[in-house]
Ligand binder design. Structure first.
Ligand SMILES: Nc1nc2c(c(=O)[nH]1)N[C@H]1C(S)=C(S)[C@@H](COP(=O)(O)OP(=O)(O)OC[C@H]3O[C@@H](n4cnc5c(=O)[nH]c(N)nc54)[C@H](O)[C@@H]3O)O[C@H]1N2
Ligand SMILES: Nc1nc2c(c(=O)[nH]1)N[C@H]1C(S)=C(S)[C@@H](COP(=O)(O)OP(=O)(O)OC[C@H]3O[C@@H](n4cnc5c(=O)[nH]c(N)nc54)[C@H](O)[C@@H]3O)O[C@H]1N2
Ligand code: SF4
Ligand SMILES: [Mo]
Length: 883
């Protein structure tokens, strides 16, 4: 308790798979204070910038508050009956496989369990797939091939205890910042070495001893070479190999690969292999640079092969470690959220498993064959085979590859339901029925993080409007479809008990997934449940798997998988000479429906951009701050140019976060075609071939406004600020009457206008105000605009004439783009301090400006700034061929 009278409530962060514990204190007026839970085993009190800003993202802003059907508000009764009737009648007319669910690794375990039970147990189809297909599917497939089960062997403690951490296709510093911080602590205390394997130089490289900027897609060749070196040097673990099958075949396959395809300097390959082989305690962390590839499953197995060969698995400080992206990516896999599995790691193709599941659920039927994986599922909708679709907690019209085509398929599907928090998303906009869901902070249930720890999310706020819980909506539809008993759930605790009980069934079939100990917990115990790692009953106390050589294939042995390098599907050509890599920003989450509400988080990188190497910039005749058009075989987009050595020549990188809501021209997945991995069905999201050219803009604009606007222009991008919104705009058509255009865009027909025009230079500036208050300011120019954007974004309370000058008065300094989101410290302030105060380290920056002293998410960027701007230190030598 504090003065506010509200106790702090333990919960789990809404965002990534690290699964940090948070302490939430509602203020009673809809607001929320958030801090790290010092007792949670994932984070011990730490939070990253996104976790820290959670309080800024709750509330009614942008929320869907009532059900809608065909564009009109509907009562819950009408909407639910419509959904149940349309699904029932479609199934009756065309069979169970004519309907589908597309769900999300962000659902709670309880929501997920009910969705899966409804589709696989009662509708009788396996057409339920999830955005985890775009995320973890290759890891799931790789784990199953090697271990006979989809299980992460290690725990977070391994990261504290390792002597070498290899990050493969993982920008951990930005995407799992608290785990990255744990590794940096270990580096300080035990000298843990860090190697990054990523075609791009990311924030995760800043502390790395070695960065291998390999050619995109060539990971198999690199790890195959490591395997041959382990073999040739006799560094394999012979006793452990007796617990495995297929070592010789894997080595023989690996010998066929030439490490030269990685494009790496052979000395660096050798340095990496030497370090890996000589370091017993090695954790290989991998993520989307591995999974999102047409050879994703093989990449996973190439990594697992090296750990199996050396027996470095399931023991303290070592093992392969797939870090999960979404908060409940792991929980979804546990309850069978993917189209190719049953609940609790049981198999669809196994008659005994199916029978047991059917008996457990007392269900009419369980499908005998796998359902459609995401890409095939949307193809099947386009083909007209699937006629009713329910999308829950995900935005496929923005995040699936070939997103425009996916959007068209959804729009043309005879019946589409979307359950979401947000009233306007690229997917919600084209649905027939919209169901308002209760969100993080309002709902209650469990999530499982990357190291199998189950944590509670707890409700501290009232759901706004008529929003309801996802499990409740699903159960109600189940009941209305006629299965009253099977879906008579009254609480998440009741669903959790049923799920936990079902894992006993899995254990009886020799499966590892075991939460059975919790199957009888009382409601109060569930309420109080502290973080619990599975297995809860049957396994050694240290929580690791496979160190004992026990695997889950019928003979209990692991499998080496013989893999060979296959290049990404699309080759560059004269028409498409560049490779487009895609990924994430530090302070935004996916389509920004939550993180984009926070002014602090939006200040980090406020506009969609594409990173291009200076050599290519020169070749293409581009200049800094240009807008560029990127085109692939299926679509095109407009992005702000960022010139950086971090990206190798021939490659470009664009983040995934912008949508029709925030920058309609910069939707990355409009460019990414649906190429998939043959085993996992996971799309190749990071290797699209593209062409680049300067956008032919007739004018460029920058605007700040109190209310959001969507201007009619070829390019615009909007971001939240403390005072409203900021916007970058550009157009190809010459606009004559800027004043009426501005009034139109900002919906301010009657505002007082103050403007300055310089027709010769092609600039126009206008402020629209009411009384003393400036409501919108627009700056237009023929060239990309240079202004004190961060000063203007705050809509300072100055006279219109003063704001139109575009800069602050001499006394206040412009701090530049925000680097430290916790303390609002900008780039220019930091660089100035490094110069003026001769700062030499991140800690000294912290002492002087506080930057980097709270969540630590910006420390990699601060390190970079110290290296670049401190005159007093020498640049650290790093093997990095592209530099
Ligand atoms: N800030 C933030 N954090 C997040 C998320 C977010 O949206 N924002 N999303 C969460 C989710 S769902 C996920 S799945 C994770 C993803 O976490 P990460 O996988 O770490 O993130 P990405 O940026 O998608 O991709 C990682 C890296 O793969 C590299 N890469 C591309 N191609 C290759 C290749 O062929 N080989 C190798 N070795 N590397 C390659 C890219 O250059 C990129 O730096 O992040 C989670 N955390
Ligand atoms: N090119 C490219 N594409 C990618 C990737 C990439 O690296 N490159 N990464 C892929 C990966 S790894 C992932 S995980 C996906 C993520 O892609 P998505 O899952 O499609 O993206 P999100 O923005 O997380 O969408 C979540 C939606 O759920 C809504 N929501 C929030 N809370 C709730 C709730 O409690 N209930 C309900 N019903 N709805 C809620 C939000 O408003 C939002 O619309 O993108 C994939 N797409
Ligand atoms: S690392 Fe950041 S985003 Fe991920 S769970 Fe922790 S606080 Fe949340
Ligand atoms: Mo993900």
């Amino acid at each position: 308790m504090d003065g506010s009278g509200f106790p702090e409530v333990r919960s789990t962060c809404a965002y990534c798979g690290v699964g940090c514990g948070v302490l939430l204190r509602p203020d009673g007026a809809g607001g929320l204070a958030v801090r790290g839970d010092p007792d949670h085993p994932a984070n011990y009190g730490r939070l990253c910038s996104k976790g820290m800003a959670l309080g800024e993202t709750v509330g009614q802003d942008h929320r869907l508050l009532a059900p809608r059907a065909y564009g009109k508000d509907a009562s819950w009764d009408e909407a639910l009956q419509l959904v149940a009737d349309r699904f029932s009648s479609t199934i009756e007319a065309y069979g169970p496989d004519s309907v589908a669910f597309y769900v999300s690794g962000q659902l709670l375990t309880e929501d997920y369990y009910v969705a899966n039970k409804l589709m696989k147990g009662f509708i009788g189809s396996a057409n339920i797939d999830t955005n985890s297909r775009l995320c973890m599917a290759s890891t799931v497939a790789g784990h199953k091939r090697a271990f006979g089960t989809d299980t992460v062997p290690g725990t977070y403690e391994d990261l504290d205890q390792a002597d070498l951490v290899v990050l493969v296709g993982s920008n951990l510093a930005w995407c799992h910042p608290v785990l990255y911080q744990r590794i940096l602590v270990a580096r300080q205390s035990r000298g843990t070495k860090i190697v990054v394997i990523d075609p791009r130089r990311t924030a995760s490289c800043d502390q790395a001893d070695l960065h291998l900027a390999l050619k995109s897609g060539s990971d198999v060749a690199l790890f195959n070479y490591l395997l041959t070196r382990i073999h040739a040097d006799g560094k394999f673990d012979t006793p452990f190999l007796s617990r495995t099958v297929g070592f010789a075949d894997a080595v023989n396959a690996a010998l066929n690969d030439d490490p030269a395809v990685t494009g790496l300097d052979p000395r660096n390959i050798k340095a990496f292999c030497d370090l890996w082989i000589k370091t017993e305690r090695v954790v290989t962390v991998f993520s989307q640079g591995v999974n999102q590839s047409s050879s994703g499953t093989d990449k996973v197995n190439a990594i697992l092969n090296c750990h199996l060969a050396t027996g470095r698995i399931g023991r303290e400080g070592m093992g392969p470690f797939s870090v999960t992206g979404q908060p409940n990516a792991m929980g979804g896999r546990e309850v069978g959220g993917l189209a190719n599995m049953l609940a609790c790691h049981l198999d669809i193709e196994n008659d005994d498993h199916r029978r047991a599941v059917q008996h457990f659920w007392n269900s009419p039927k369980v499908p005998q064959k796998q359902g459609l994986k995401a890409v095939d599922l949307f193809q099947s909708i386009e083909d007209g085979q699937i006629k009713a679709l329910w999308i829950i907690h995900t935005n496929p019209a923005a995040t699936m590859p070939d997103a425009d085509r996916v959007g068209a398929a959804i729009e043309n599907c005879p019946f589409t339901v979307v359950s979401d928090l947000t009233a306007e998303t690229d997917t919600a906009r084209i649905a027939d029925v919209l169901l308002p869901a209760a969100g993080w902070g309002e709902k209650s249930g469990t999530v499982t993080n990357s190291d199998r720890t189950i944590s509670r999310q707890r409700a501290v706020l009232e759901p706004p409007g008529q929003a309801r819980f996802d499990w409740e909506i699903l159960a109600e539809v189940g009941r209305r479809m006629g299965w009253t008993k099977a879906f008579c759930y009254e609480s998440p605790a009741q669903i959790f008990r049923e799920y936990a009980d079902m894992t006993s069934l899995a254990v009886s079939f020799g499966k590892d997934l075991d939460v059975a100990k919790l199957s009888n917990i009382e409601d109060e115990e569930y309420e109080a449940l502290s973080p619990t790692r599975w297995p809860t009953r049957s396994h050694p106390a240290d929580g690791r798997f496979f160190g004992d050589g026990q695997f889950f294939h019928p003979d209990k042995k692991a499998r080496f998988v013989a893999v060979t390098y296959r290049p990404p599907k699309a080759e560059t050509s004269e028409q498409y000479p560049y490779k487009l890599n895609t990924g994430r920003n530090r302070d935004q989450w996916h389509t920004m429906t939550r993180s984009g509400l926070s002014p602090r988080l939006s200040a980090h990188l406020a506009e969609p951009y594409v990173e291009v190497n200076p050599k290519d910039v020169g070749r293409l005749g581009l200049s800094t701050a240009d807008l560029v058009e990127i085109s692939s075989s299926i679509g095109s987009g407009i992005f702000r140019l960022r010139v950086t050595e971090a990206i190798a020549p021939g490659q470009v990188f664009a983040p995934i976060h912008w949508t029709g809501e925030t920058a309609p021209a910069a939707r990355v997945n409009a460019l990414v075609p649906s190429v998939t991995d043959p085993v996992s069905g996971q799309p190749e999201s990071k290797a699209t071939v593209v062409s680049i050219r300067r956008m032919n803009a007739a004018w460029y604009g920058f605007a700040v406004s109190v209310d959001a606007a969507s201007p009619e222009a070829e390019y615009w991008a909007i971001a939240k600020t403390t005072s409203g919104y900021r916007m970058e705009i550009a157009g190809k058509q010459i606009i004559k009457d800027w004043e009426s255009t501005a009034r139109d865009w900002f919906g301010l027909p009657d505002a007082v206008a103050t403007s300055i025009e310089d027709a010769k230079r092609g600039t126009f500036r206008i402020a629209l105000s009411k009384g003393q208050r400036i409501l919108a300011v627009l700056f237009v120019s023929r060239e990309p605009i240079t202004l004190m954007r961060d000063y203007l974004a705050a809509l300072p309370e100055v006279a219109p004439q003063q704001i139109l000058s575009g800069r602050s008065s001499a006394s206040s300094e412009d701090c530049g783009p925000i680097v430290c989101s916790c303390f609002d410290v900008g780039l220019r302030t930091i660089i100035r301090a490094i110069h003026d105060k001769h700062l030499m380290s991140v800690d000294e920056i912290g002492d002087t400006l506080q930057a980097g002293t709270n969540c630590g998410s910006c420390r990699p960027e601060l390190t970079d700034l110290v290296i670049k701007h401190s005159k007093l230190i020498h640049k650290k030598t790093k093997h990095c061929p592209q530099e």
